[in-house]
Design a protein around this ligand. Structure first.
Ligand code: SF4
Length: 408
């Protein structure tokens, strides 16, 4: 009922507006026998309407319903009296109290004291929802990439893979490096490993130093020929960052690994889509750089021998961040539900990440046993807990509603 006793029926609650203006747009509300179409504004107090100056703002002149927690004041009439729905007697007080208590918590996450009471089944279902949400988050970027390359899945995967080879520090330069080297040129030169290395290092702007290193000179010579042949324009070497990076993550090492990917230029995406185990994925993603790199981190000075073949931990990063989100879109576009299930199985077979956030979850008895767990927990912490979004969280719902049955 409205605050003046008229019966309300919400026929359509409209669309949540995350920009300026009323909270819900294009709602349809029936009040007594009249159907109204327009916007809905929500406040804690009805006096907030004036406090926020809505009575002087044309954007609010099409509000058909004012929903408030507590009706403390009639709002000034605009063109017509705006009906008001008061919720204070319709929401159990205990829910509000519990929510306020959550927000006041000084724990690592607001529900730190209560999460142990949540049943495993609730957590497991929510985990799957979180993973889907995480995969969907990358959709806009991936879709625009797919459109840019006219749905050439192999090229899109090649670009994405390059981006994740760059890590957090050199992701953009690595992506633009791949963009400068069409996959067709890789295919044409794939039988000549030195040519592939020369193309990548040359295009990265890394072959312009006056070094007397035989390997370096060979690449330089090859690049000068290929540069003319393909009309290449190299990047500026200064875009590559080395500071604060562990030497194993230097862009020189990562480029050496990328160019030695066993399946570079071939149908890597399709091959990965066809496997059934994580071990098969590791075989497809194998990379064994030129021997030179086992004793170097950069061109020139040598370093003690360390095998620079890419390790499973790094392959996991590539699978989780570059491959699976693209595979998810593929499965969505072609209606392949079994492939979506397969993505969960792959994640269940990857070791969980180790970091501070995962250790904190472990302290709360939420131990990550696989990448499915750790990815879900990281997403939960970064996108929900840290922003106090407990009202949108399935665990939050359980905690708030535990023994609540009727308004008190
Ligand atoms: S978002 Fe969920 S898991 Fe995180 S603190 Fe709130 S209720 Fe707990």
């Amino acid at each position: 009922m409205t605050t003046d006793g008229k019966k309300i029926e919400i026929l359509h609650f409209g669309h949540h507006n995350e920009d300026s203006g009323p909270d819900f747009l294009n709602a349809i509300v029936k009040i007594e026998d009249t159907v109204w179409a327009g916007n809905v504004e929500i406040h804690v107090l009805s006096s907030d309407w004036e406090k926020h100056n809505h009575h002087r703002d044309d954007a609010y002149h099409n509000v058909i319903l004012h929903v408030v927690y507590y009706h403390d004041k009639n709002i000034p009439q605009i063109k017509y009296p705006v009906p008001c729905l008061e919720l204070q007697n319709k929401i159990p007080k205990i829910l509000i109290q519990r929510f306020e208590n959550l927000l006041k918590s000084k724990k690592w996450i607001p529900c730190g004291d209560l999460i142990s009471s949540i049943e495993k089944e609730v957590f497991d279902i929510w985990k799957h929802g979180l993973i889907v949400e995480k995969l969907q988050q990358k959709e806009p970027h991936l879709r625009s990439l797919l459109q840019k390359f006219t749905f050439d899945w192999e090229t899109c995967f090649y670009i994405l893979l390059a981006r994740y080879f760059g890590g957090k520090v050199n992701d953009s330069p690595f992506e633009s490096l791949a963009n400068r080297i069409p996959i067709e040129i890789i295919r044409k030169n794939i039988s000549d490993s030195l040519a592939i290395q020369a193309i990548f290092f040359g295009q990265a702007g890394m072959l312009e130093l006056p070094l007397e290193d035989q390997y370096y000179l060979t690449l330089k010579e090859k690049y000068s020929f290929l540069k003319q042949k393909y009309n290449f324009q190299p990047m500026k070497n200064v875009v590559w960052k080395y500071s604060k990076l562990r030497p194993l993550n230097f862009p020189t090492v990562r480029i050496a690994q990328f160019t030695s990917l066993k399946n570079l230029g071939s149908s890597m995406f399709s091959s990965l889509m066809e496997v059934s185990t994580i071990e098969e994925m590791y075989t497809i993603l194998q990379a064994k750089p030129d021997d030179y790199w086992n004793t170097h981190y950069r061109f020139g000075p040598s370093s003690p021998y360390i095998n620079k073949n890419i390790k499973h931990d790094f392959m996991n990063i590539l699978i989780i961040n570059a491959f699976l989100p693209l595979a998810f879109i593929f499965a969505e576009l072609y209606g392949m539900n079994e492939k979506k299930e397969w993505i969960f199985t792959i994640l269940e077979n990857i070791h969980p990440e180790k970091n501070k956030i995962i250790s904190q979850w472990h302290n709360l008895d939420k131990t990550a046993h696989s990448a499915l767990d750790s990815q879900a927990l990281l997403h939960l912490y970064n996108h929900y807990c840290q922003n106090n979004k407990c009202l949108s969280c399935k665990i939050g719902h359980k905690i708030l509603c535990k023994t609540t049955s009727s308004p008190k």
